[in-house]
Design a protein around this ligand. Structure first.
Ligand code: NAD
Length: 502
């Protein structure tokens, strides 16, 4: 393995960068900054490897992927420790995202054949003489650019599904978590006997840009919307298709018949776990006014045990530049009239941010309108579920969300404009491998996970095979007037009835 923990990369005069432990600034690893030429070379190797990997049967690929899944499972403590060091998140949280990623790899491996393999479709009356099939072919090489907040679960949502669909992968992990990315590629490479089916190129934004303009056949990006726009622009040069998994401003909606204790527990975890650095984390909470006071009292009580500290339930803020953004959102909310229930402006330290709960937060404050990505919750009362849905949807984001309600939970969930909603829990959809994951609006487009996630890394191939002579020869210059008349009669019989314009 290269450049993990305390093994400096053997890069000599080549440029390198360090990944740091955000809890104390210690150097966790030193990694090369891959140049444009190095990225292009990796993609060229990947194209060769894709010939082999894409040419395997679904069953063979399944076996390799399930072996990889077992290797990760057996070494889960090692990977969790590395993620803990690079992100600062507690080891238990690091393990949890790896657990979910493992389940996704297994699901993608086991379902690829059924979802992507040749399937018969009905040819219809006009083409009744044809046998029709559709199948989903691998694209070749998929470039993946990942964030740091869930350095295993998030990229594996693209990598695992792209590999299961028969593609080779070149992955540019976040500069904050390069060791985790390298670990994933190294273990997969062991499983496939050293073939460069899944490679990592480490570096900063420029290396990511080089991957966008390389000869990849598709680029799966997860990160901020601002970088997503740059990725799209760079990919446009070669007409490379992209998936964008960007940020969110998810809400939790709480109806008057909800279990308030459970809702508070879920909102607290949804908002504060991983120090609030979760794309599908809860940032806003809209509570029916009849249970608002009860909810606020309950969540404040539950929040008392939470502390952000080394070894605590809440870790440090991974990216130092985020600290100022979190503080500015809290300050803006307070300046515009929000009430501080716990935490507040002083909660923002140099590396750690203490849990901050604000109520009656003006809807025009950045705490409501922008992604905060810190351990804060904005809790506002609403007169009705109509108002809760309206306020939830009054954002340019549309990633996920949650609803707590006994009677109308699913109805409310359907009306939220977002890619995913959990009713009476938080983020449950992320752990269901058969469900698609992705957003709308500024949260991006395209889907990872589930059948949609497998198809995302393929192209559809349609084939018709003429199995008998056609009743009427339509695609020939020999078609005569009688055939034209028969076609007109037939289409009228098929589609001309019932629904007519008055
Ligand atoms: P970021 O946009 O700063 O960086 C993401 C990746 O893009 C990194 O690997 C970075 O090196 C790379 N990059 C930077 N500039 C680039 C360029 N010009 N061209 C190509 N690549 C470039 O995001 P981040 O801070 O790492 O991650 C946090 C963001 O990710 C949050 O907004 C969060 O909501 C979002 N996120 C979304 C999901 C999702 O599934 N929707 C999941 C996790 C995180």
């Amino acid at each position: 393995m290269t450049a993990t923990l305390d093994t400096p990369a053997a890069t000599e005069s080549k440029p390198t960068f360090e990944s740091l432990n955000p809890a104390n600034g210690d150097v966790v690893g030193v990694h090369p900054i891959a140049s444009k030429a190095e990225v292009d070379a990796a993609v060229a190797r990947a194209h060769e490897a894709a010939e082999w990997w894409g040419g395997l049967s679904f069953a063979d690929r399944e076996e390799y992927l399930l072996t990889w899944r077992s290797v990760i499972t057996r070494r889960i403590a090692q990977l969790a420790q590395l993620s803990h060091l690079e992100t600062g998140k507690p080891q238990g949280d690091a393990q949890l995202e790896i657990v979910m990623a493992i389940d996704h790899i297994a699901w993608a491996a086991k379902h690829a054949k059924k979802i992507l393999g040749p399937q018969k479709v009905k040819s219809g009356l006009l083409m009744a003489n044809q046998a029709s099939t559709v199948e989903y072919k691998s694209l070749g090489v998929v470039g993946v650019i990942g964030p740091w907040n869930y350095p295993v679960f998030t990229p594996v949502g693209s990598i695992g599904y792209a590999l299961a669909a028969g593609n080779a992968v070149v992955f540019k992990p976040s500069e904050y978590t390069p060791g985790v990315g390298q670990w994933l590629a190294d273990t997969f490479t062991e499983v496939v006997g050293g073939r460069p089916v899944f490679q990592v190129v480490t570096g900063l934004g420029e290396t990511g840009n080089a991957l966008c303009t390389s000869a990849v056949n598709k680029l799966a990006f997860t990160g901020s919307g601002a970088t997503g726009k740059k990725v799209m622009a760079a990919c446009a040069q070669n007409l490379t298709p992209v998936i964008i998994e960007a940020g969110g401003k998810d809400s939790m909606i709480i109806d008057q018949d909800a279990d308030i204790t459970k809702a508070a527990e879920a909102a607290l975890w949804g908002g504060m776990s991983n120090a609030g650095q979760t794309c599908i984390g809860t940032e806003r909470v809209y509570v029916h006014e009849k249970v608002f006071d009860k909810f606020v009292a309950e969540i404040s009580e539950q929040a008392k045990v939470l502390k952000a500290e080394p070894g605590g339930l809440i870790g440090p803020i991974t990216m130092p530049s985020q600290i100022g953004i979190i503080k500015s959102h809290i300050d803006d909310a307070i300046a515009k009239g929000a009430t501080v229930v716990t935490g507040g402006s002083d909660a923002v330290g140099e590396r750690f941010v203490q849990p901050t709960i604000l109520t009656n937060v003006p809807e025009n404050s950045t705490e409501i309108t922008e992604e905060t990505f810190g351990p804060t919750l904005a809790i506002n009362p609403v007169k009705s579920m109509e108002e809760a849905i309206e306020l939830t949807n009054a954002t340019r984001y549309g990633l996920a969300g949650a609803v707590f309600a006994k009677k109308n939970g699913v109805d409310i969930a359907r009306r939220v404009r977002s890619g995913m909603t959990s009713v009476n829990s938080v983020v449950a959809f992320a752990g269901v491998p058969a469900l698609p994951f992705g957003g709308v609006g500024d949260s991006g487009f395209g889907r990872i996970h589930g059948p949609d996630g497998l198809k995302e890394f393929t192209y559809a191939k349609a084939i018709t095979r003429q199995r008998m002579k056609p009743l009427m020869m339509l695609t020939s210059f020999a078609r005569d007037a009688k055939t034209d008349k028969n076609v007109a009669t037939m289409i009228t019989m098929m589609h001309g009835g019932k629904k007519t314009l008055k």
